[in-house]
Design a protein around this ligand. Structure first.
Ligand SMILES: C[S@@+](CC[C@H](N)C(=O)[O-])C[C@H]1O[C@@H](n2cnc3c(N)ncnc32)[C@H](O)[C@@H]1O
Length: 270
């Protein structure tokens, strides 16, 4: 991650933690739906990785409904690490903290196989090939039947629909700002400053080509297709709320043998 990006995240860690349930549309609903999708409560002692886990709100929710879970918090931000340690401290050794970019070598620091790999509002910071690589590396780490689920900002079916979904978030934030309780107004003002930058990058400069450090939204249908290509089954968009999509898939129970590059009959001389 570029240093300008790292600084942006460092400033917003605490504000993001306090404001996400107010200002990210359907924040808590989407987390609950992820837990439902992977049927977390049916697993006796699930092993979970959260990529770009931030302040740990999703892991906190998972550990609360599934007290025997063991989790990896993976994120590149020291500021978010400090916030997450405060939020998740009561779960003690059930949480392992891996400070690493998703593009880096977090894989060697987790013990596979795991049952669930999840992510929320983080993978869109990666470039095209990096996103696909994270999905592929996750596939390798999953137990058979394990789930990869990503809730993220994604493009829709066409540019008009995508543009409309960005505008919805702008209106949503304007409405929700009026509902922030007085004790959180300070965080709300700070967060609003970060959101102005988001609006400039994504709405005002809508047509400008995006580079690393921007929000690199990609179509939800493309992301479902990548999952299928990698080998995930049950791949789909499970929830879509304007810009936010929950896509995912499951590692099959028996990975099919790799197909030969050409049919054996083609090698037989005529
Ligand atoms: C918008 S916050 C979301 C945090 C959390 N997942 C949530 O939904 O509350 C984005 C998180 O992704 C992390 N992040 C961004 N780019 C990353 C990267 N390349 N590698 C690892 N973490 C990254 C940030 O540090 C931050 O914690």
């Amino acid at each position: 991650m570029q240093s300008v990006d790292r600084q942006r995240f460092a400033q917003m860690a605490e504000d993001y933690d306090r404001m996400a349930p107010f200002l990210v549309p359907m924040y808590e609903f989407l987390q609950q739906e992820m837990i439902r999708q992977v049927d977390l409560v049916s697993l006796a002692s699930p092993r979970v990785i959260d990529l770009g886990a931030g302040s740990g709100r999703l892991l906190e929710r998972m550990l609360t409904v599934c007290p025997r879970a063991s989790c990896y918090w993976v994120d590149s931000s020291e500021a978010f690490l400090a916030t997450a340690r405060r939020r998740l401290g009561r779960f003690g050794g059930q949480v392992t903290y891996v400070l690493s970019p998703m593009e880096g070598d977090w894989v060697s620091r987790v013990s596979a196989p795991v049952d669930v790999i999840c992510s929320m509002s983080a993978i869109h910071h990666l470039e095209h090939d990096e996103k696909r690589a994270v999905y592929a590396r996750s596939f390798d780490l999953l137990a058979e039947g394990g789930w990869l689920v990503n809730i993220d900002e994604m493009k829709g079916l066409d540019a008009d629909a995508y543009r409309g979904s960005l505008d919805v978030w702008v209106r949503y934030v304007a409405e929700q700002m009026l509902r922030v309780p007085p004790e959180l107004q300070g965080h709300a003002r700070q967060w609003a400053g970060h959101f102005e930058n988001w609006k400039r990058r994504n709405v005002e400069l809508f047509d400008r080509p995006k580079t690393k450090g921007d929000d690199l939204h990609e179509p939800f249908m493309d992301q479902v297709s990548w999952l299928k290509e990698i080998g995930y089954v049950n791949a789909d968009v499970f929830v879509k709320y304007h810009l936010w999509c929950m896509v995912g898939g499951r590692k099959p129970w028996k990975v099919p043998a790799r197909q030969p590059d050409c049919h054996p009959m083609q090698a037989v001389p005529v």
